[in-house]
Design a binder for this molecule. Sequence first.
Ligand code: S3P
Length: 433
Amino acid sequence: MHFYLDPGGKLTGRIRVPGDKSMSHRSIMLGSIAEGRTTVSGFLEGEDALATLASFRDMGVQITDPDAGELTIEGVGLRGLEPPKQVMDVGNSGTSIRLMMGLLAGQSFDSVLTGDQSLLRRPMARVITPLSQMGALISSHEGCPPLEIQGGRALTGIHYDLPVASAQVKSSVLLAGLFASGRTSLTEPAPTRDHTERMLTGFGYGVACDNGVISLEGGGKLTGADIDIPADISSAAFFMVGASIAPGSDLTLEHVGINPTRDGVITILRAMGADIQIHNERQVGGEPVADLRIRHAPLTGIDIPIEAVPLAIDELPAVLIAAACADGVTVLRGAEELRVKESDRIASMAEGLSQLGIENRVQPDGIEVVGGEMTGGVITTHHDHRIAMSFAMAALRASDRIKVSDCAHVATSFPGFAALAVQTGLRLEAAEE
Ligand code: S3P
């Protein structure tokens, strides 16, 4: 499936983008090992979160089919999962595989996790290393999936200083810590999304955070809860950029999660001159939520503050489209993690920006983008959903047609993207050929 985009247009109206991907995964995982019933609303019915859902069903958990984002989980308790009948294939989803490794390392049964071609290339040693220190036995194919996780291992709590700022590694260690004896604690080189810590607390499981040390005691109990998942700021980011770059735009994004460990995109775009207003800020299920109103504004290139990088890690491809439309140079550094996402996002963005005539200089840990006039062109997504949606927004400022090839992976995180984009004003047609 490809996106064909006519140039120009503006984004207007009020929309709600689908539910947060990170929280959707965690709601299934924690709801499954809780005692009693969990109800979830706002669940993201995208392929990644559905892969997590299918895996927990494979392990005997009763989960209703999501209906307009609502589902019910009959939790089986910390020791109630059953051996899966088959290899669990989580498709494109790094969050599923890395978090589930931690959870499966403490089970009594063996399990195997695998995924698609992209996932088979992604690094897992960063998770295997701390889990092995806890006593887990996990074999990989040169540090990549498929992963064989041996059951029946007695895990022991450890202290781990994370070498990379990764919420997936942090969460995996914390989930293993639920099944370990004693205390599991860790530090991060920079703050990353804290949904695991918040949601564990919501399920009644004590998680401490003292002077940057996050810790929990193993062997406790999670109690079923009602989880209300806000709209995903990572999906909202494409529309934030689109409305910022397209003259005449005035768009409101409703009920967006603005957790301070996720709001780097707002900080960065505002520093570039974007007009983003935060309205109706409120707390929903332990997470801050707001409506965001974005109006077109002239943007200026900036040096992206390094501390904002982990807080905007999934939104950086979209930010680079804003950079292409800004006056001057935008410098992104300290973002080497982008090289090990669903594609090498530094290389994918550099290639696409060059296709559209935007000068850029690639660095090992980032990229410099020189704002300018965008032409039309053909974009290769490298099967990466966020590359596809970022370049779809570029059409708002391009001088000619853009074809974004191979967009099927958009469904991993943002089912309905094309329809919502058209509704707001993007001149997009999704077609097979
Ligand atoms: C995620 C953490 C981030 C992010 C991913 C979701 C999570 O990955 O890129 O899309 O839900 O914990 P890293 O932990 O690899 O940075």
